[in-house]
Design a protein around this ligand. Sequence first.
Ligand code: FE2
Length: 406
Amino acid sequence: MPVDFRHLPLRSYMFVFKGVTAMLPFRWPEVIAGEGSLSQLAERIVADGHHRVLLVTDQSILQLGLAQSLIEGCAAAGISLQVFAEVTPDPSVALIDAGTAVAKAHQAEAVIGFGGGSVLDAAKLIGAGVLNAKPLLKMVGMFKVRKGMLPLYAVPTTSGTGSEATIAAVVSDHQAQRKLAVLDLKLMPKVAVLDPQLTLNLPAPITAATGMDALTHAIEAYLSRNALERTDELALKAARLINGALVKAYTCEEHMVARSQMAQAAMLAGQAFTQAGVGYVHAIAHNLGAYYKVPHGLANAMVMPYILRFNKPACTSRMAELAKVMGLNSTATPQSDDALADALIERVEQLNRKFDIPLTVSQLKAEDIPAIVRAARAEARYTYAVPRYMSQQQGEALLNEMLAVD
Ligand SMILES: [Fe+2]
């Protein structure tokens, strides 16, 4: 593809950004993994010297009894546990502030985040809110969590966001219809518990949507121009695992091997994108979430084929590498990179069909498209090292294709 000189200043900036990212001292969480591994958490918290702990979760997890054994384990280990179970999808600033107040009143020394991506993000921001006197909105952006976060024990109950291994947390400004990201190395959890038993109760569509979120992380991190050798390794491994395990986890609820692999893959993909970044799939999906509350994983799954087709001329060989690692190449005859890149797009579409994920976005309104594209382009500029930049016109044409036809 010919070089577009209009993007030279932006590309130069991202080149410097990549150099800075490569030098950042990422400290990964210690992983406690395997069936039933949740039972080790209370002892681990005590061994770390924490006796007053805030458990951040949501009502459905409490009602399902998923956290019951942990609550009992904490009591048996002598931990004074305060439960904050008010987290809702796409948590707001007010919700985080309420959780922070509960943590302060309890004099919490550590936080457990027990739930999906929204819960883990809320737990990070509550832990940061305890140590940082400034308002949450002043922490939005990069490296503004000056005083750190309470030690966080992350227990994901979905295999998708990878929040257990990222330095990011998202908070929603519902009034302004926007999502705001807080990015800081200090938001990395101390420990991640990957217990596949916790994902057993997930409804199949949630298994599918969260798994497609993880796949999007792996693919966008690999196609990012900020990708490094180490993020390539993580992203490729995640893509391979997801391609092999997601359908099994979706169709056979009790497939513990597939669920373990998905938990591992979601974390690997999180590690990859927290360094390499994501791309336009996420930029558009975030705005579909902000405008219409389209769940994050579902939005990514719907948008991904369109953006992969748009990206293809700029990163055909990288897409071909992904296809090969995912086993999409025909063993009989060697295939061109072009054909392999198409096979990757076809595989994403095939997974969407399997999971009954629609081809178009029924909530999308034609009159909102220009503003959504403007917001998505603004989010990606100077943040995501996308393989190919889109103009406003190209973005609007893409979103027009996603409109449902009556
Ligand atoms: Fe995501």
